[in-house]
Design a binder for this molecule. Structure first.
Ligand code: IMP
Ligand code: MG
Length: 183
């Protein structure tokens, strides 16, 4: 029997152990960089929730979390082109040091728009932490990624929070979908 965890249509790209090690390193780096600051980690729903949950437990500082939901991809694997805010932050970020936590940067459109939106709200600083980064030519070249888990090939990936049409977020590893048509 093929289960969700052992799936013929998936090839493991990053294992549970690799992810754990890399997230710990990122947490240590952020801990050093944000000592004495008023850190808010903003998760972009839903894809970032697993990464955010693990990452903040590796940050040895006082911090708070908040969430935004945006839609840039509908239910498919192709960008729909625009970014719509579905859920805004609960608390103001004025004077705070913000890290936007994302699952993956593909074209960069989502984060570029989020930087524009949050950039106008008086935060002391805004940086980006993404678990994954694809080598796509960026829509906006000036998008700076401050913390990145892994650079990955230009393939559609799932697991550890990332989905294909809502599925696979619960996989503990990151996998490449071999045939997106039957994902
Ligand atoms: P961007 O706006 O093109 O950078 O797309 C970012 C968003 O697209 C991510 O937050 C994901 O929700 C989604 N996305 C892009 N590539 C993948 C992928 O390979 N697997 C799952 N979701 C993806
Ligand atoms: Mg996302």
């Amino acid at each position: 029997m093929t289960t969700e965890f052992s799936n013929d249509n998936l090839e493991i790209l990053h294992s549970v152990e690799e992810i754990e090690r890399r997230v710990r390193e990122l947490g240590e780096e952020i801990t050093r960089d944000y000592a004495g600051k008023d850190l808010v980690v903003v998760g972009v729903l839903k894809g970032s929730v697993i990464f955010l949950a693990d990452l903040i437990r590796q940050i040895d500082l006082k911090l708070s979390i908040d969430f935004m939901a945006v839609s840039s991809y509908k239910d498919g694997t192709v960008s729909s082109g625009d970014v719509e805010i579905l859920k805004d932050l609960t608390n103001p970020i004025r004077g705070k040091d913000v890290i936007i936590c994302e699952d993956i940067v593909d074209t960069g459109l989502t984060l570029f728009r989020l930087m524009e939106i949050l950039g106008s709200r008086g935060a002391n600083s805004i940086k980006i932490a993404t678990l994954l980064d694809k080598p796509e030519p960026r829509i906006k070249k000036e998008l700076k990624i401050d913390y990145c888990g892994f650079q990955i090939p230009n393939k559609f990936v799932v697991g550890y929070g990332l989905d294909a049409a809502g599925r696979y977020r619960n996989l503990p590893f990151i996998g490449i979908v071999k045939n997106p048509e039957i994902a």
